[in-house]
Design a protein. Sequence first.
Length: 239
Amino acid sequence: MERTKTLRRRILILYVAFFAVVVAGISGSAVGQFTRGYDEGMKLSQRVVDNFTTDHPRTTQMLYALPNQNRDLNISIEGLSLPEGVSVAARINTLDLLVESEADEGTSLLQALFSLNGSPATIMLSYVLLGCYIAIFIFILLIINSLRRSLKSESVFDRKNIVRTRAIGICIIVIALAHAAIQHLSVKAATALLDGSSVQLDTSLQLKYDNIVMGILILFIAEAFAIGYDMTQEQKFTI
């Protein structure tokens, strides 16, 4: 009996530590992206509204973080206090493109605001991203509530929390894939616009493998905890 209790306590400690790290990593990344995205979105939305108040309404689209393949494309930095003969140039690794064009006849302000996200496929993927972030947030709240209620009884590590942890891992993988797909669509659209210019974009799929690895690691650890939970349950019923 004492051995079973010790095992359950060790599993609980590992799970709490693991979950704390996951929450810290996801929260830091998500909050930062949301803050930057919200500020940028408000500015662009205001720009679209201002464009539609003129006699010649225009649509606006922003293409973010386009990977530059031409490493010779540099920008000189002026106004620096440097010793004589010293210069500094910035190498462009990624580009943000603001694309504006005359709005088609009959285009509404709401349609123009939706076009900020690009093509219908990009908009759909954006909703997938939003859904995954909301799902992760809900699962985190449910697990925190379970931790709050069950720490004293040491029964927090149940089947529901294992399923929730698996769902978080799957959502992280889906987010990484959706981000890569959105960027790939943006690169394809930008490549057509920049055809003939000195800018050469990297058209390969820019997949963030660290997020994929993180999602797989969370799934792996969830399975390890599931095995540990099953073992404690078997010992409990055996006794």
